[in-house]
Design a protein around this ligand. Structure first.
Ligand code: GLY
Length: 378
């Protein structure tokens, strides 16, 4: 049963039911708190050559599937690890498939652009054995920001390069420049541009009247798609990557959680790894991925799922602004966390019920449901 022990699975179901019941009954889940999941510690990987849960790859849901012609991120990452590649190379090459896929409008080529119609990409990587990281932010015209982030880790003494400096670094390393805006993403941007306000001079096709273009029933909220992928090798070494085109229609220069070590990604080779997708501002403000890994370090029996739930709860508790809350007082945005321990146990959680995550473990790639704080429709 995936990376969970049967005992943990039952506890997780009970905990989910408990928080669901609290929410359904109108109780405040923040006051209710989070049921604590426990699992029996497993043998240290590599100690006797026996590491029953390894290797493992986890990712956000876009780590599995995609167009029929292409392999998925978790499949390629697993294949590379089994062929002897290190887990950092494995996850970076895994997400590269998604970065190159124009049908995923949240990552790389074909990502949704900023408010000026320019695609700006963010990515970070972290490698457990060396505890080194690399990141780029606001990178334009390069399809694979995660590969550039890996080179920042490998070929500089720095942790992050941004904007023009990141582009120059990519050029110096032979990356090809290209227009990342596909026709589909350009049209989506233009539609947003022409409809998001009725107080400007942009008119949609067929509209002759200024002030009439904003469709009140359209949801022009921004989107935050991203891919996070973390892996533990057969030897118990850990690596992770997070890569994104960030918030759609963002203010140029806006940087989310994905390239920020400790927010959208964190790896500790003694403990595990965590990453996130969703509203980056909320993740940055609780140091999401670091919070999860530190929670797992603090309590070696805390499951990755429960560590992710704790981080979701922290976001709920810290979301104070009325404009970011529903009428029930909950966050009106989505955040998902994904985590894996060094022993190969893994989990994911979302504030609201619904999202899934991708996993390749036990010789099988599949999607599993994220744990959650609030059931659908509550
Ligand atoms: N989590 C992606 C972003 O907020 O940019």
């Amino acid at each position: 049963m995936s990376g969970f022990t049967r005992r943990e699975f039952i506890s997780a179901s009970a905990a989910t039911a408990a928080t669901a019941a609290a929410a359904t009954a109108g109780a405040n889940p923040a006051a209710w708190g989070v049921a604590t999941l426990r699992q029996e510690p497993t043998a240290a990987p590599g100690a006797s050559g026996a590491a029953p849960n390894l290797p493992v790859v986890i990712a956000s849901s876009n780590g599995l599937g995609g167009p029929p012609a292409r392999k998925s991120c978790v499949e390629l990452a697993m294949e590379l690890m089994l062929a002897g590649k290190d887990p950092l190379t494995a996850v970076v090459e895994g997400v590269a498939l998604v970065e190159a896929d124009p049908s995923d409008q949240s990552v790389g080529y074909g990502g949704l652009p900023n408010e000026d119609g320019v695609v700006e990409l963010d990515a970070s990587v972290m490698y457990g054995p060396s505890h080194r990281s690399g990141a780029v932010a606001g990178l334009q015209r390069i399809m694979h920001p995660s590969r550039v982030a890996k080179l920042v880790l490998e070929r500089t003494d720095h942790c992050m390069l941004v904007g023009e400096g990141a582009l120059r670094f990519a050029r110096a390393h032979g990356f090809e420049e290209m227009n990342l805006l596909t026709e589909e993403s350009r049209k989506a941007w233009l539609e947003w541009k022409e409809h998001h306000s009725d107080d400007d001079d942009w008119l949609p096709e067929g509209s002759n009247e200024i002030g009439k273009q904003a469709a009140a029933d359209r949801n022009w909220r921004h989107t935050f798609g991203t891919i996070n992928c973390c892996a533990v090798s057969p030897a118990g070494d850990i690596a992770g990557v997070t890569t994104t085109s960030g918030l759609s229609w963002k203010i140029p220069g806006r940087v989310g959680d994905s390239p920020i070590i400790g927010a959208g990604l964190y790896v500790d080779n003694e403990v595990g790894a965590a990453g996130s997708t969703g509203r980056g501002e909320a993740v940055i403000q609780i140091c999401g991925a670091h919070t999860i890994v530190e929670a797992m370090r603090r309590d070696p029996r805390l499951s990755p799922t429960d560590a992710c739930i704790e981080a979701c709860q922290r976001i709920v508790d810290k979301t104070k602004l009325p404009r970011l809350r529903t009428k029930e007082g909950r966050p009106n945005f989505g955040v998902m966390f994904y985590a894996v321990r060094k022993d190969g146990t893994f989990g994911a959680a979302s504030i609201q019920e619904g999202p899934e995550f991708a996993v390749f473990a036990g010789g099988r790639a599949r999607r599993e449901k994220c744990a959650f704080l609030y059931p659908k429709g509550s």
